[in-house]
Design a protein around this ligand. Sequence first.
Ligand code: SF4
Length: 719
Amino acid sequence: MKEDRLVKTTCPFCGVGCTLELHLKDDFIYRVTSPFDSVVNHGNLCVKGRFGYDFLYSPNRVTTPLIRKVPQKPGARTQAFDLSEWREVSWDEALDTAADRMVEIYRRDGPRAMAAYSCAKATNEDNYLLQKLIRALFRTNNIDHCTRLCHAASVVALQMAVGSSAMSNTAAEVIQNDVFIVTGSNVSENHPIIALQMKAAVEKYGAKLIVVDPRRIEMVNYAALWLAQKPGTDVPVFAAMAHVILKEGLANREFIASRTENFDAFAESMEKFTPAVAESISGVPQELIIQAARMYGSAKNAAIYWALGIPEHTHGTANALSLINLALLTGNIGRVGTGLNPLRGQNNVQGASDSGAMPWHYPGYQRVDDLAAAEKFEAAWKIEPGGLDRNLGLTTTEIMAAVQPGGVRCLYIMGENPMMSEPNLNHTRHQMEQIEFLVAQDLFINESGAFADVFLPATSWAEKDGTFTNTDRRVQRVLQAIPPRGNSRPDWRILCDLALRIEKRLGRQVSAGWNYQHPAEILEEMSRLVPDYAGIRYERIEKEGLQTPVPDLTHPGTPFLFSERFPRGKGKFHPLDYVPSAEMPDDDFPLILTTGRVLEHWHGGSLTRNSWMDDLYPEALVEINPADAARLKIESGQPVRVTSRRGSIVLRANVTPKAVSGVVFIPFHFREAAANLLTNDAVDPVAKIPEYKVSAVRITPAREEELATPEARQKRGRY
Ligand code: SF4
């Protein structure tokens, strides 16, 4: 087949942000490739980017606005996956109904009754508009998105230590590292194209890799050292590395003196973390810790890359600070080939955060409790002085916990799926049942949308214009390739139409401004309010993206940060203590469960489970070490029941040395065996991120008939 059009756009799955070329014939996307000169991925794509786009054409997609036939009541709300339980309505009826009920609840109960989940898969423009709608119209900061569930602790720690929360360097710079640490990141499955670059760094450019991870992930095959710490013991391992660096005179005294503060308190707190103490807590042999410290501490250029294995703990902020301390101690920050690099998960989680879809910050990380910032946004959105809420809003988990009389009554969910992504899902289900009015805006009726009163069908990334910001701060274009399917509409358009209706019902005399004709106008408004985006315009990023900060219209972008100074001035060391995980294994629950992703799927599975990807990896598997399996008399392929204090699921075992003894792994994409029925909803007290990475479980054999049936699995979105 020969295409009649090629559309260059950005991948909708992970934060790497690969460039895609969509091949179209008669408005049908039949193939995806990538140009060899693409700056992020040099023509390489993983299986999701190359083949996973067919969710666009899934028969499960909803393309007409829907309203539930049976009115839902708080406390008795039910899920409706079947279209027969919904009434197809016009856009006017759906939007009017949503606006009427939202305004009714707001008038009755005030701002605290309103909340929204924004979406890290949606564009910057979509996220900017939803936070503007919630703040400007309902005068609350109760808006958050899945960054709370993935990198919130990294964001908080980086803000505390350096005053910026993004990756400091460009991912492709890994080939300029002499030494690099990968920790809490199964990078070859979660960021496959960055993994390719890491493998090249080792094999072609001679870099030394240190993997610090409880699982025997693929990157261990490329590592000079593998430190397999027990889950939840990251602080002792990295603090012991700092201890060795200090004792052996490997610290960069010049950098410490000129660029940092609070060194003495930090150094004193590292005294107790001898390698022997770290070994006794983490199980990592002290010789390995010493070798890792010498390798990282004596490298000319060294970098640290991490993902969710670091922040998703009740001490996630301390985990991230232990990495930041290492970089400050050795001066491995502020130069090419160094850095602190939290690899962001979803395609636009960096952008959704930049756009202000967070409860403590306006766009550009400007605090909602900062008077000057509040006044700036009041002026921009034509709101009376003092009109915007000066209080911090609720985070995702706090929003769910606050669903009760006198708390949150109305929830707007754009593209998220808390019924898959929140910890302790039985509790989440109970809370979802209590909501008074729920709007879902999405492509599919997922487990959360099935609770909604009104369903607003959005377009996919291929049916709208906008921008995504990838993990290394590159703002890239998303281009409309095909018309919206059916009656679906782009998220930004839905939000504008809804906002105008709400504003009218509220009787606001002056509009906050919703008459955008194109998403470029939304980005332009955001760029006037966010200094790091000031120089970004669509025409400047048509060919390739620009890395923020882009402070003016001629600035070429910023591949690495902090060359002269940190945004907070000096980098701040933080003293640390070891705090155990909230739930440790015991006689009843002797194994540690850790959760994560697999290569073929993404997040709650809304997209990949409605694509060919589901044929490649069709059911959940629990990875268990051969020694544990032998002790429990379990074989690969056998159904097993995994039980925690919060729930239980049945799935097949995958007996593999990838799992270390005492630790099992379950991916969280599968609704038939939802890993988050098991996980603990205890949170980091600073960043409020749940402890997904450590839950105590037991495993017992199960019967074949206890598995979700193939028919149920075939229903995918309907199960
Ligand atoms: Fe898409 Fe990420 Fe795969 Fe690249 S690595 S093709 S951005 S899913």
